[in-house]
Ligand binder design. Structure first.
Ligand SMILES: Nc1ncnc2c1ncn2[C@@H]1O[C@H](COP(=O)(O)OP(=O)(O)O)[C@@H](O)[C@H]1O
Ligand SMILES: [Mg+2]
Length: 414
C-alpha cells in the first residue's frame, strides 16, 4: 500500500510548483494506485515498474514489464498509467516503455501477489475488485445525496451489489432517502478479531443495497463518538470497520466542500474515482470545479459530471430552465470529463426522497430515465463491474496466478 502522505504534498504558495514536473517518487506513488485487476495488487509492489524517467519538460516515461507480452490487460494498464500520471499538472506527456518478464521474474511476481493477497491483511474491508465512486460537489444542496441514492438504486436494480457510504457525517440524509431506519451496531463477525459494523441491506430486484450512515447509530453515545471524530477519521473507520462483504460498487456520498476526505480516500482507497454533481447555473460550475481541482491534487480521477436540477419540462411540453443552463457542459469541458447526464428538476425526485423510494427504482418520467441511463453508462463504460465468480477471465496473469498458487500449495503441503 503506497503512502500517499509522502512525496505528494499539495503545492502551497509558490506558483511555479504547480507546473514543475513531478519527482520520481511522486510518479512512483501514483503508479502505486494502479491495480493489476487480476493479481489484485498494485503494479509497483508487484515489481512491474522497472523504471521511471521524468524529463525537465514534463515528459514522463514509465517502464512497464508485463507478465506476458500479449497480456490482454495491457490496454487497461496503459490507460490507467497514462491517465493517472497525467493528472499531475507538471506532466506534459506520458510514454510507456513496454517489456516482458522472464520466467524467473514471472514467478517472483506470482509469489508476491500471493503474499500480498494472503499475508497482507487488506487496509480496508472494501473488496479489491469493487469499483469505488465518490459523489462530490463544491457545495451542499445541489442534489448530491439524491444523485447518490438514485444511481445506487439503479445499479442495484441492474442486478449489482452496491454499497452506499453516507460520508456526510453531520448532514446525513441517506437513511431517509432510502427509507431505512434500522439501528446499526458493531458486532462480532467471522474472520475478524474486532467487532465490525454490518451494513443495513435493502433488496432491489436481483441486486442489493448495503447502506452505512451515522444516521443509523441511534445509541447516542456511539453516535456522538462517531460524529466527534474528525471527518476523515470517521470515513476511515467506515472503510475499515464495516463488514462490507461482496460489493460490485461502493458509492460514497461525500460531505460538501472539504478536501480532507478526498485526501483520506486517496490514501486509503487510491482507486476511488470521482463523479462531480453540479447545477446548471454557470456560476455553480466554478464551485464544482473546486471539487475537481482537489481531486486532481490527491490524484483521484474525475470520471464524470452529472448536472442536476436541469430544465423542468411540464406536461404541456413547456420547458423551464429554473436554475439556468449550461453548467454541466461547461464543467465537463473545463475538467475534461464526460457529462453523464442531466437530471431534470422534477417533483418526483423530491417526493421519492421523502418516502424513501428513489424515483430511479420504479418511477416513471424523465428524471428516473436519466438516473437509469447514468447507471447504464457506468456499467458499460465508466466502471464495468467485476467479472462474476466462475467466469473465466480471459487474462494471462489470473491463470498463471492459479497455477503458481497450486504449485505453492503443493510445496506448503510437503
Ligand atoms: N432533480 C431534482 N428535482 C427536484 N428536487 C430535487 C432534485 N434533486 C434534488 N432535489 C431536492 O433538493 C434538495 C437537496 O437535495 P440533496 O440530494 O439533499 O442535496 P445535497 O446532498 O447536495 O445537499 C432535496 O430536498 C431534494 O429532494
Ligand atoms: Mg447530502
Amino acid at each position: 500500500m503506497p503512502d500517499m502522505t509522502t512525496g505528494t504534498t499539495a503545492p502551497t504558495g509558490s506558483t511555479t510548483a504547480t507546473t514543475a514536473p513531478p519527482t520520481h517518487d511522486e510518479v512512483m506513488t501514483v503508479l502505486g494506485s494502479v491495480i493489476d485487476p487480476e493479481l489484485g495488487a498494485d503494479i509497483v509492489s508487484l515489481g512491474m515498474v522497472p523504471s521511471v524517467e521524468v524529463a525537465a519538460d514534463g515528459l514522463v516515461t514509465v517502464g512497464i514489464k508485463l507478465t506476458i507480452g500479449g497480456c490482454p490487460l495491457r490496454a487497461e494498464i496503459k490507460k490507467e498509467v497514462e491517465s493517472r500520471v497525467a493528472l499531475h499538472p507538471g506532466v506534459t506527456d506520458v510514454k510507456i516503455a513496454w517489456g516482458e518478464m522472464n520466467a524467473e521474474e514471472r514467478s517472483q511476481v506470482m509469489t508476491k501477489a500471493r503474499w500480498n493477497a494472503r499475508e497482507n491483511a487488506p487496509d480496508t474491508e472494501v473488496p479489491l475488485s469493487c469499483n469505488v465512486l465518490a459523489i462530490a460537489s463544491g457545495k451542499g444542496g445541489v442534489g448530491k445525496s439524491s444523485v447518490t441514492v438514485n444511481v445506487a438504486a439503479a445499479l442495484a436494480a441492474a442486478g449489482h451489489t452496491v454499497g452506499v457510504l453516507d460520508a456526510d457525517i453531520w448532514g446525513f440524509s441517506v437513511p431517509r432517502l432510502l427509507g431505512i431506519s434500522d439501528r446499526m451496531e458493531a458486532k462480532q463477525v467471522d474472520g475478524s478479531d474486532k467487532p465490525l459494523i454490518v451494513p443495513n441491506e435493502r433488496i432491489v430486484g436481483d441486486g442489493v443495497l448495503k447502506v452505512v450512515s451515522t444516521g443509523f447509530l441511534v445509541d447516542e453515545d456511539t453516535a456522538l463518538m462517531w460524529r466527534g471524530l474528525m471527518l476523515t477519521k470517521a470515513v476511515e473507520q467506515f472503510l475499515r470497520d464495516v463488514r462490507w462483504g461482496d460489493l460490485d460498487y461502493l458509492l460514497i456520498d461525500m460531505p460538501p466542500g472539504t478536501g480532507d476526505v478526498q485526501m483520506g480516500l486517496a490514501r486509503l482507497l487510491p482507486r476511488t474515482d470521482l463523479i462531480v454533481v453540479t447545477t446548471p447555473a454557470l456560476a455553480a460550475q466554478k464551485v464544482a470545479q473546486r471539487a475537481a481541482d482537489m481531486a486532481k491534487r490527491s490524484f483521484l480521477k474525475v470520471v464524470g459530471v452529472i448536472e442536476n436540477m436541469s430544465a423542468f419540462t411540464c406536461d404541456h411540453g413547456e420547458t423551464y430552465a429554473l436554475f439556468g443552463e449550461g453548467g454541466g457542459d461547461a464543467l465537463a469541458a473545463a475538467i475534461d470529463a464526460p457529462l453523464l447526464g442531466r437530471v431534470p428538476l422534477e417533483p418526483a425526485v423530491a417526493a421519492g426522497g421523502d418516502d424513501g423510494n428513489p424515483v430511479a427504482l420504479d418511477g416513471t418520467g424523465a428524471a428516473a430515465d436519466v438516473f437509469r441511463s447514468i447507471a447504464e453508462v457506468i456499467i458499460s463504460d465508466i466502471a464495468p463491474p467485476p467479472a462474476p465468480d466462475g467466469v473465466d477471465m480471459a487474462g494471462c496473469s489470473a491463470r498463471l496466478f492459479e497455477t503458481v498458487n497450486a504449485k505453492l500449495a503443493e510445496l506448503d503441503a510437503e
